[in-house]
Structure formats: structure tokens, C-alpha cells
Design a protein around this ligand. Sequence first.
Ligand SMILES: [Zn+2]
Ligand SMILES: [Zn+2]
Length: 303
Amino acid sequence: MNITWWGTRGGIPTPEPDVMRYGGDTTCVEVRTSDDQILILDAGTGLRQLGQKLLREGGAGGEAHILLTHFHWDHIQGIPFFAPLYHPGWRFTVYGAFRGDQRLQAILQGQMGSVYFPVSFEQVQARVQTRELVEETFRLGETRVSTVALRHPQGSLGYRIADRGRVFAFATDVEQPPEEPDDPKLVRLARGADVFAMDAQYSPEGYRHHLGWGHSTWEVAARIARRARVGRLVLIHHDPYHDDARLDAILGEARGVFPRTDSAYRGMVLDLAPTRAGRKGRAALAASRGRSVAVGRQPRGRA
Ligand SMILES: [Zn+2]
Ligand SMILES: [Zn+2]
């Protein structure tokens, strides 16, 4: 399994020079499975450049699965600018949480409603189907995908992707208040993962001014990572007001609690080679705990 970060920012894109090492695009992560499927976690503005890459690679056609955690702007705003959508040879399945009040298809149409965008979702030429999810586990080829509902305004899905003995757990947009007991669902999502990416938007001081906004601190992310005995923690959903220097400092502090921590930056690639036990699932997962993974180079501080 190969994981590439195209968007790392939370809230809103930040096209400013002092954030460019970690990146200004909002959440989008590409996962290539060992059987060569393309999974896309969230469709923030990072999706635009991923779309360009897919067109270069696949040309007129291909297939991908788009797994949405929720529908806040910073997680869907890349959809209208995702170029493969306008090519008839491409096929997409979009996954999102089942909601009693609105179908997923209607949500996709709504975000390209005429008030917001000149092209309607009905005009896209790719074949797009939707699948609504509850807390469940399903298979995509050799890959097992599990979901859990996370604490966030209007809800958010956490995804756990297991591929030939390797596990990537993705928990963006989740609020775990520091003084409350750890949410058992969040810990279960992360348990023993080779890579655990978690919302670390706030500093402990910053969080005190944003109770109920739906995000966590780097300190809590490191606490969960330690408790769940993950191989590697990746801090994600960077605050739009944190520049590169601030994110460097946060990374240093987080490593003080959980040393095997990285902070996601645009272009970061994590490569998880399949374990020899391969498909044995949980046993392979237990065996892989603590093993180091090949990790992309962390961006260096300014000279
Ligand atoms: Zn967000
Ligand atoms: Zn959100």
C-alpha cells in the first residue's frame, strides 16, 4: 500500500508563501493498494492536482474509489475541479456516510448547484455511482475497508484500510477533548495500525478557544497513538493560521510524547510493503506492530 498526501490543510486553502513546505491545499490523500486499486480519501482542493496526475497516467479512462469522511467544504471543494470527472472513460464510486435527511447523490449535486458553480453535476461525463455507508466493513478487491463514526459537528467517518497485512487508519476531523476519556471507537480505529493519521489542528491553548468546533490537539493525537500502539503517527488537518515554522515546532513537541510522529506535508509518500503473512489479517497486523515503515522525507526547516 502506497499513501500520498495531496492536501494537508484544514478549514480553508492557504496559498501563502510561509505555509508552502507543509502545503496549502485542503484534505486529499491517495492510496494505491497492492492490487493496484486507487482509493482517494477526501476531495479537498488537493484533489485538483491528483486529477491531473490520474489523467497523465490513465489518459482517457480509469477507475477510482472516493471515500469521503464528511461533507464540510474543506473535504469536498476539489470535486468541481477534478478533471477526470469530465472524461467519459473514467468510473468513480463515491462513498459517504448515510444520512437520514439527504441522499449522497443529492449532496454531490448540491455542491455543484447553480448558485455555487456554473457546471452542474449532471453534466459530468464520467460514470459516477454512490454508496452510502454506516459503521461497517466492506471489501474492495483484496483490500478491507472499515468505518467508524467519529465525534464532529454533523459527524465524520474514520476509515481503516487493511491491505495484505498492512493497516492505514485515517481520522481527520475528530474532536477528542483532552480531559475526557479516550473515545473507544477512535482507539479501536487506530489499534495497531502501521500508519495512523489524526486531526491535530490545535495546540492545547488554541483548543481552549475552540471547544465544540470538532478538532483535536497534537497532544491528544500523540496520546491516542501511544495508547493504540500504532507504528507511526501522522499529524493532519493543519490549522490555516499555523505557518511552517509553527508546524515544525508542533511536530517537535508531538515527538516528545510519541517519537514516531510525522506531520503531513504536500507530496509526502508512505510506502507500506505487504507483510509476508499477507492476507492473514489480524495476525499479520499484530506481527507488524512497531516495525518501521519507509517514510517520505520530512520537509527541512528553513536555513
Ligand atoms: Zn475539515
Ligand atoms: Zn469538518
